[in-house]
Design a protein around this ligand. Sequence first.
Ligand SMILES: [Ca+2]
Ligand SMILES: [Ca+2]
Ligand SMILES: [Ca+2]
Length: 241
Amino acid sequence: MLGKETGVGKFTDWGTFNNADGTITINTNGITGKIEAFTPEGAAGVITNEHNSLGVKGKSNEIDNGEKLIISFDTEGACMRNIRIGFDSMYGNYIPGSGPDARTTWEATYKGSMARNGEFQADMNNSDGDGNNATSNFVIPGDKTDKIVISTYSPTDVHSNMVVRFLEFELSLCCGEPDDVEPSEPSEPECDPTVTTDVILGKETGVGKFEDWGTINEDGTLTINNSGITGTITAYTPTGE
Ligand SMILES: [Ca+2]
Ligand SMILES: [Ca+2]
Ligand SMILES: [Ca+2]
């Protein structure tokens, strides 16, 4: 989990805050990412620690109308799954039908596609069971995500703001292209490029035998089997037989 669902929340619950540019660096078991803030004009902004959560420096230290917080991973193939995201400080202005009628907006993507997005308002149904309208959390749908954009939209641009309290997810390295993951299609096998095995077939010096390569078969081929990853060595005559 990045951030803290309850209690005192600090920058260090998310990663390393960089004073030089106002971003946060994430490093989870060597899989790296960053959190960036943007102003309503799209310029780089500064992340704040407000309400035990993350906000964007500007009109207020929370995420105000048009400001953005972007959480992304840049390690090749890194993806988040089963994401739950929590918000705080969505008070009266976020009540549906209120004057400002403000809402929190979110967009999730993987490698720039598979876009999912939505918006929601104050937690009037007590969906998280804490009895507090201003706090809520929800699960981002979809299989893979490497980037999440959070913003606030208020049609009347009345002072309305919220903060991101926490982000809970499973993080792994994923295989396959973005369009391989339609729910109706078989999922790609998991891979871990960080796991490698050194293999030598044959013998560099000394007595070399078939067994140094694999298993010789009746048809004269050799079967290779390295930790369950299999292959074949086949000989052909000049005529291709
Ligand atoms: Ca702000
Ligand atoms: Ca607020
Ligand atoms: Ca709530």
